[in-house]
Design a protein. Structure first.
Lengths: 109, 116
């Protein structure tokens, strides 16, 4: 099945810093989503982005489907950005969203 | 409802007992997923329902696990003869349609299952 790798596994930032999280996948996808799991465990959908670029406030994401990777950018980080960021993908022959192992982000005040 | 609702939020059970976990998806969402998340780990796919189609059960870890979805809405995940390794957070998610359409996935708050 498709493999999803996220990097870095852990990231510590000072409040106000910018960061880039990466998601590599092993096969062509027609569904890619980014999620944030807050420290209380709630998963929030950030982007549906199988290709192209989207922005939502301080967050933006870019997926280069031909190169099999996606990037999540966080600008001017805040302590509320802390948590785990997951990338999830599905291939053209499957509707199962397969999750990466996540990037654990800690933003210090 | 406004979001995906799961109950109970916490469940403690003795090894060998059966448990039922409930998920009420967002109204109008035809796709429903169950995932499992062990402590500090990623999300493990369990089962997927799409409308009235036969569910994809390929992620269920053993025949002690089963799920049904009644009337295309509420879903119940049943674990029989629970084992300690079943302890995890069970997450339900729903979306408007099949995964290859533009339909973001929305998660419930999960049921934390502890098997003693």
């Amino acid at each position: 099945g498709i493999q999803v790798e996220q990097s870095p596994p852990d990231l510590i930032l000072q409040e106000g810093a910018n960061s880039t999280l990466r998601c590599n996948f092993s096969d062509s996808v027609n569904n890619l989503q980014w999620f944030h799991q807050n420290p209380w465990g709630q998963l929030i959908n950030l982007f549906y982005i199988p290709s192209g670029t989207k922005q939502n406030g301080r967050l933006s994401a870019t997926t280069v489907a031909t190169e099999r990777y996606s990037l999540l950018y966080i600008s001017s980080s805040q302590t509320t950005d802390s948590g785990v960021y997951f990338c999830a993908v599905a291939t053209g022959s499957s509707y199962k969203l397969i999750f990466g192992s996540g990037t654990r982000l800690l933003v210090r005040p | 409802g406004a979001g995906v609702s799961q109950s109970p939020s916490n469940k403690v059970t003795e090894k060998g007992k059966d448990v039922e976990l409930r998920c009420d998806p967002i109204s109008g969402h035809t796709a429903l997923y169950w995932y499992r998340q062990s402590l500090g780990q990623g999300l493990e796919f369990l089962i997927y329902f799409q409308g009235n189609s036969a569910p994809d059960k390929s992620g269920l870890p053993s025949d002690r696990f089963s799920a049904e979805r009644t009337g295309g809405s509420v879903s119940t995940l049943t674990i029989q003869r629970t084992q300690q390794e079943d302890s995890a957070v069970y997450l339900c998610a729903s979306s408007l349609g099949r995964a290859y359409q533009n339909s973001p996935l929305h998660f419930g708050s999960g049921t934390r299952l502890t098997v003693t």
